[in-house]
Design a protein around this ligand. Sequence first.
Ligand code: PXP
Length: 239
Amino acid sequence: MHQRLYVNVDHVATIRQARRTDEPDPVAAAALCEEAGADGITAHLREDRRHMQDADIESLARSVRTVFNLEIANTAAMVGLALRLHPFQVTLVPERREEVTTEGGLDVTRDPAGLASSIERLRGAGIRVSLFIDPDATRVRASHALGAHAIELHTGTYAHHPGDGPALAALRDASRIGAGLGLAVHAGHGLTVRNVGPVAAIPEVEELNIGHHLVSRAVFAGLGAAVREMRGAMDAARP
Ligand code: PXP
């Protein structure tokens, strides 16, 4: 079965925000990813707007031709935005302003009523809802009880401890339990071409969300060409 690759374009915006200019444009990057075979585009609108800006999200919601997976925290403002933009999928993620990235999965046992109500509103609008959780049985079952369509298993621990160890076993077990309950199983965080294999091989995992590594690789795949382009522009200007 084809496993979906959703490309997270947040860090294209991270580079742009380093200069607060208009390049590189994450929306143009999303189109390029789609041309290259991405099955979907993922973006996270963080509370502090450190990478994606509201205008980027609005533009992605209009221009993505595959499907748009919007990552948001479960707040009234973010859920309201999702209801207005109507992405194909919303992935609810935990968020602390001081963290460098999304460090752990959503604590689905905290404020279950609040989560259930957001999930119901999003579902009611015809939006697919995925919950980003750590790979553990209690959280998988709680996600099912809350009415999510899907779970995205946090692969961060595995990414730090790759290989056929306990972290991979936890992902395999959580995937089996989730699929057994009828949940779609997604995974992501910290995946690279070197560590993706064993996660991609888990039969129940139907979608991977990958961002940072792809943008990092793109720098090396493209920097030589960018330097040659600049050399050419300078040489062309010289008498
Ligand atoms: N999935 C979720 C829910 C995330 O929050 C992130 C990071 O934004 C990713 C996947 C992608 O992680 P990475 O950028 O490490 O590939």
